[in-house]
Design a protein around this ligand. Sequence first.
Ligand code: PLP
Length: 344
Amino acid sequence: MTIDLDAIAANWRALDAMSAAGVQTAAVVKADGYGLGVGKVARALAAAGARRFFVAVAEEGWAVREALGPGPEIGVFSGHMPGDTDMIHDLGLVPMLNSIEQMTRHFEALPGHPFGVQLDSGMNRLGMEPGEWAAVREMVLGLGPRLLMSHLACADDPDHEMNPRQLAQFIEMTEGCDVPRSFAATGGILLGPDYHFDLTRPGVGLYGGLPYEDARPVVELDLPVIQLREIAAGESIGYGNTFVAERPTRVATVSGGYADGLSRHLSNHGVLFHEDTPCPILGRVSMDLIGVEVSHLGEEPKFLTMLGRHQGVDDIAEAAGTIGYEVLTQLGPRYVRRYARGRE
Ligand SMILES: *Cc1c(COP(=O)(O)O)cnc(C)c1O
């Protein structure tokens, strides 16, 4: 598995360039940098110019702080959970407080420690409801939050009526607050300047995923061929005999399976590539192995490519019935992650 850190940096710069000069662009590095290795990813993003980072939970802040040192701000979407106080304090994390309960916990345990506030503009996932916020707003603003943020539910669909509805709700909840505001993740950046406010928070677009169609691809994944065999018409491949050859077939068994994040839904369905030539998956994807048709190749392949110039994370996601986010974050710990630089 090869991760192109320059492509991540280029994607950050391109997303940064889409908003006006005064808008800051953060970087979301939750889930181990979307599965790519948060230490390397965070350092590459910091070198590209990112100064604010976000993780999902306080535990993830440790590796980011370790990689970045004391300067950059690290926000925590899940806020201030019971047991988080020491981590938030020691690592200098900035929790996005989601409820009155979290506010009480934070202001009592760490008075004066920086915080942001997450507001629910309609997604009904995290953040304070409009009524709740109205009740505490003046008091909380008096304590100097760093950021007021909310999250879009349907930003990957630019025509969705939910987008302007959430925008109006967010404006209503934050108007006149005189605190920096953040509303857009990758999809929201692409919706245009009305959605950018003071700080954007791209994640998946940095790593080459949709909805950022123009992203530079970041991950390449080659699976070594362990064995090649010829099977006769009528013979089957893999668990459950779900593929039966209709003609003599040459099969490569490659090292990789659902334990490495390659979905079982790719069974008899997905393809790998040998250079420019697609090679269909034959039979079930097993935990560690996949059978692949190579009868049509003129040579014996040493490896086959799962992710590369002909097939990206969203192509695999479509074949597997999921989204690029899930493909990325499932890329397993058994792959050796090699970090490349300087390929323009
Ligand atoms: C994951 C997440 C992001 C980043 O979203 P992408 O779609 O990956 O750009 C931003 N904000 C919040 C609250 C998130 O949970």
